[in-house]
Design a protein around this ligand. Structure first.
Ligand code: NAI
Ligand code: MG
Length: 331
């Protein structure tokens, strides 16, 4: 029995999680889903965006599937809390072009590895009269472990290079540590080519020569921005999956939020979630099933017959999920 924590959240988080779970249930796996609450509805009901019970359920599960939540101003972010509590220090965001999807580039296949626990998202902010101060904490330990994971992913994916993205010309101390740590770890992976770029130049290269990237490793804020921008290069948020990985836990979620503008109509695109399910299967060492799920998504997109409105179709969320399930059965 594989215990999976299931956190649907708010808005389309519920719709896409239902779709992801349907795909998982169609596979020959013995999964026990444990439901847990988080987000805005949870706050309205319980007075907290993320109850202790939810953290406990996620801690006791083999992996967590997370839909999306609506933020509650002034309250704790459930997803940042979970990333910290589970110490999922790496955020993996594959950027891949799909055949049949109208996008800016049809030939991209790279991975962004974002540090998930510190940097400008350490939560160390304070107000002092008429100024506000945010601490940007970069430790050698976190920088080395994220670089190591990036090199390991490069090997696993058969990639030639890892690019370290930083701004060490201005953030000399903090990004100095980040960049030094990267080159320190690189010594253990002589077969992988190393590149380092400033973040501003990287933003331009993502538009002018994104094909050259294999694996990008970067700090929290830069990774957040560059990965959303990169998702835009290949067909948008409805297709962008992610995994949060640590030494003990894994949490998988689409990159998108709760999309209040379309929520409730069952027209949200479940592909980002289903691709996140594929990443979760890989994390659970079910590589064969992981690649089946991914290939099934690719086939559905390429055929182009059953697509949600964001991709120009008129299918419902569960129609797409069922089409993916049919494709899986054919493989
Ligand atoms: P969003 O990702 O929810 O939506 C942005 C745009 O993309 C909207 O037009 C939406 O309709 C579209 N979109 C997103 N996912 C889609 C899908 N699967 N299928 C079709 N269209 C899709 O971002 P937004 O509007 O900035 O935020 C809405 C709420 O979600 C906010 O409360 C925000 O804080 C929260 N949020 C939560 C995240 C999480 O749970 N990890 C991540 C990002 C935002
Ligand atoms: Mg983001």
């Amino acid at each position: 029995m594989i215990k999976i924590a299931r956190i649907d959240g708010d808005g389309i988080g519920k719709e896409v999680t239902e779709a992801g779970v349907a795909v998982l249930e169609s596979l020959d796996l013995n999964i026990d889903f444990v439901e847990a609450e988080a987000g805005r509805e949870c706050f309205d009901k319980n007075g907290t965006t993320i109850p202790e019970e939810t953290i406990r359920i996620a801690r006791n599960a083999k992996a967590t599937l997370f839909g999306a939540i609506t933020s509650t101003p002034g309250e704790k972010s459930p997803i940042i809390t979970l990333r910290q509590e589970l110490d999922t220090y790496a955020n993996l965001r594959p950027i891949k072009s799909f055949k049949g999807v109208d996008c800016l580039f049809d030939d991209l296949d790279f991975l962004i590895v974002r540090e998930n626990t510190e940097g400008l998202y350490s939560g160390k902010e304070r107000l002092e009269e008429d100024k506000a101060i945010a601490h940007r904490v970069i430790t050698r330990k976190a920088s080395e472990r994220i670089s190591r994971l990036a090199f390991q992913e490069a090997i696993k994916l058969n990639k030639e290079s890892v690019t370290c993205v930083h701004k060490s010309n201005v953030l000399k101390k903090t990004d100095g540590v980040f960049k030094d740590s990267f080159y320190n770890v690189a010594k253990d992976y002589p077969q992988i080519k190393t590149i380092d770029y400033y973040v501003d130049a990287t933003a331009m290269y993502l538009l002018t020569k994104p094909q050259e990237f294999d694996v990008i490793v970067t700090s929290n804020l830069f990774g957040d921005i560059l990965s959303d921008a990169s998702a835009g290069l290949v067909g948008g948020l409805g297709l962008a999956p992610s995994g949060n990985i640590g030494d003990k836990h894994g949490l998988f979620e689409p990159v998108h939020g709760s999309a209040p503008d379309i929520a409730g109509n069952n027209i949200s695109n479940p592909i980002a979630m289903i691709l996140s399910v594929s990443m979760m299967l890989e994390y659970l060492n079910e590589d064969y099933l992981a690649s089946k799920v991914k290939t099934a998504c690719e086939n559905v997109l390429e055929k182009g017959k059953v697509l949600t409105p964001d991709l120009g179709g008129n299918a419902k969320t569960m129609d797409v999920a069922n089409e993916v399930i049919k494709e899986i059965e054919k493989l």
